[in-house]
Design a protein around this ligand. Structure first.
Ligand SMILES: [Zn+2]
Length: 94
């Protein structure tokens, strides 16, 4: 999603259609690394998601609607309440 936003901002600002790549390095003692491309269908899907979420995001900014927790970000983790025991093979991977 972040790359879709960057791609759109570059297009709007500079009129350039770019192909984003992610160059990633792990934080392990001996780091792994890789260069990753993002298929067009994923970029398109995420941009459509951003567009469809815009009315809700604006409404949250204006205090007309409550935010929907994602359950994955720093904010959500900081307010996480432990109510359930999860079988280890049911741990959701994000
Ligand atoms: Zn969140």
């Amino acid at each position: 999603m972040q790359m879709a936003v960057y791609k759109e901002l570059i297009k709007q600002t500079f009129g350039v259609e770019c192909t984003p790549l992610i160059i990633a390095v792990s934080k392990q003692k001996v780091p792994d690394k890789g260069i990753f491309s993002i298929p067009d269908y994923l970029m398109d899907y995420r941009m459509e998601q951003i567009k469809s979420d815009q009315p809700h995001i604006q409404a949250v900014k204006e205090g007309r609607e409550k935010p929907v927790p994602c359950g994955h970000c720093d904010y959500c983790r900081s307010y996480k309440v432990l109510n359930d025991v999860i079988d280890i093979d049911q741990i959701p991977f994000y």
